[in-house]
Design a protein around this ligand. Structure first.
Ligand code: ATP
Ligand code: MG
Length: 233
């Protein structure tokens, strides 16, 4: 199996070298746990270091957060965009028609195809529910999206907003079954932590590890451990 390096120092040590190629990984966590920064670093690393084209689709967050992060972490995105190695799109669920999730899925696939993306981020999959009120249809659409991305050999991260509790992995209770991997981020002030809950085809690490956001971006401390009991319910 080919592995896709995450670009997050320390993380690949927990997952046998990287994400399984063509997999879709759910990145879940409460507000401000670092989901968006994690995702942009994943794409930036792929584009800058490995020449792998990446697409970032943001659904709810304004581009200002992306811009702040770009400045703080000194990610020079423009040359990558010019070389077709990076594309950032803002989809507006609230403005677009509801109940047209299939159309939105097709739009995402089209964006990925347009630069032959090897990496893709949807931030967040939770906001997909704007387009679909029926949970059964939502499940089917997310399933289809993941299968289409797999066909493109596109390794994807789907962020998921939770209430931040240690046992809440997703919002609708289905996302974690559809995805090939689940990574959970926690923030119990002042400590940030990360745990791999699932990674298909991988003998992944089972412990909670500290991780941090610094001026250099995000990184995982694969040696140190945080007790599960210390996380909030
Ligand atoms: N330069 C920095 N140095 C240290 N920490 C930072 C820096 N920039 C941002 N942060 C931390 O990262 C957090 C935001 O990260 P991010 O936007 O990735 O979170 P998120 O999980 O996507 O949040 P949301 O749920 O709002 O989408 C901030 O609240 C702050 O704690
Ligand atoms: Mg975010």
């Amino acid at each position: 199996m080919n592995r896709v390096p995450s670009g997050i120092p320390g993380l690949d040590d927990l997952i046998e070298g990287g994400f399984p190629e063509s997999s879709s990984v759910l990145l879940s966590g409460g507000a401000g746990t670092g989901k968006s920064i994690f995702c942009m670093q994943y794409l930036y690393y792929g584009a800058k270091t490995l020449n792998e084209p990446g697409v970032y689709i943001t659904l709810e967050e304004g581009p200002h957060n992306l811009w702040w992060n770009t400045q703080r972490f000194k990610w020079d995105l423009l040359p990558l965009e010019q070389k077709n190695l990076l594309r950032i799109y803002k989809f507006e669920p609230a403005k677009d028609n509801r109940d047209d999730l299939e159309e939105q899925t097709a739009r995402i696939i089209e964006k990925a195809k347009s630069i032959n993306a090897k990496r893709l981020v949807i931030d967040s999959i939770t906001a997909f529910s704007f387009w679909m009120n029926d949970p059964a249809k939502l499940r089917y659409s997310v399933y289809l999206l993941i299968e289409e991305l797999r066909k493109l050999k596109c390794t994807s991260i789907l962020t998921c907003e939770t209430d931040g509790g240690k046992n809440s992995v997703s919002r609708f209770g289905v996302e974690e079954f559809l995805s090939d991997g689940v990574i959970q981020l926690h923030f119990v002030p002042p400590h940030r932590s990360i745990i791999v809950r699932k990674m298909r085809g991988t003998n992944h690490d089972k412990r909670v590890h500290p991780w941090e956001i610094t001026e250099q971006g995000v990184s995982v401390n694969a040696q140190e451990e945080i007790l599960w009991e210390s996380l909030k319910d």
